[in-house]
Design a protein around this ligand. Structure first.
Ligand code: KIV
Ligand code: NA
Length: 264
């Protein structure tokens, strides 16, 4: 694998190249996923749930994401590493700059923030200072208590229109990537067609530019709850590297996600 950069992502969007992404939290998994051909890894605040056992992502701190980013960076040589900005670590622009600096210095090449309109100034400020931003719309888990649960977003047309407009505004503010989580497939396709930056879907159907899953779901490590949008690849292949490679292959060939993994 050649080193993956923001320029690579731009080129892939232009050429219609689909890519697969996984979360990673340590060096050994990061190295294994890189060997399997995963070009983009996310040090997600999902670690608050899958590593720490919390019920949501709210307890995660910048220091914890920075620690895991260092671990992933040590294992991944070429993959682009995105680090999640934790809950309330970007409530103000100044906080965002400080949090993003810590994560970039830990080895991230991009930071991810959840939200739309209220973040535009922050996204602009970060990108002006040389920090690439991945935006995140739809089901943004840091707002789970505001939503009243982990629920599909953008089902009615007013909400769908609002998400599209926020996506376009985030791109205009300088975002390099956009995660769309748990939105109807039709909406994700529509947004993807209207942006020049790549979209990465999770529970967003087959027509986003990329797909991302939480590594524990792909590897069948669950605490009981299995999200509809995920797929257990270890069941298919029996090995960790081969599971990740199969995920890469199925995303590139448009076989994942299937109808059973989508919301309509
Ligand atoms: O924290 C995470 O793992 C994420 C992905 C599911 C997109 O934000
Ligand atoms: Na996250």
């Amino acid at each position: 694998m050649k080193a993956v950069t923001t320029a690579t992502l731009k080129k892939w969007k232009q050429e219609g190249v689909k890519f697969a992404s996984l979360t990673a939290y340590d060096a050994s998994f990061a190295a294994t996923f890189e060997r399997a051909g995963i070009p983009v890894m996310l040090v997600g605040d999902s670690l608050g749930m899958v590593l720490q056992g919390n019920r949501d992502t709210l307890p995660v701190t910048v220091e914890q994401i920075a620690y895991h980013t260092r671990c992933v960076r040590a294992g991944a040589d070429k993959a682009l590493i995105i680090a999640d900005m934790p809950f309330m670590s970007y409530a103000t622009k100044e906080q965002a700059f400080e949090s993003a600096a810590a994560l970039m210095q830990a080895g991230a090449q991009m930071v991810k923030l959840e939200g739309g309109d209220w973040l535009l100034d922050t996204v602009k400020g970060l990108t002006e200072r040389g920090i690439p931003v991945c935006a995140h719309l739809g089901l943004t888990p840091q707002s789970v208590h505001q939503f009243g649960g982990f629920k599909v977003q953008g089902r009615d047309s007013a909400q769908a229109q609002a998400i599209l407009e926020q996506a376009q505004a985030l791109e205009a503010a300088g975002a390099s990537l956009l995660v769309l989580e748990c939105v109807p497939s039709q909406l994700a396709r529509h947004i993807t067609e209207h942006l020049s930056i790549p979209t990465i879907g999770i529970g967003a159907g087959p027509d986003t530019d990329a797909q991302i899953l939480v590594m524990h779901d792909v590897l069948g490590i669950t605490s009981g709850y299995i999200p509809k949008f995920s797929k257990n690849y270890i069941e298919l292949t029996g090995g960790i590297e081969s599971a990740a490679a199969k995920f890469v292959e199925e995303v590139q060939e448009g076989q994942f996600p299937g109808p059973e993994h989508q919301f309509n």
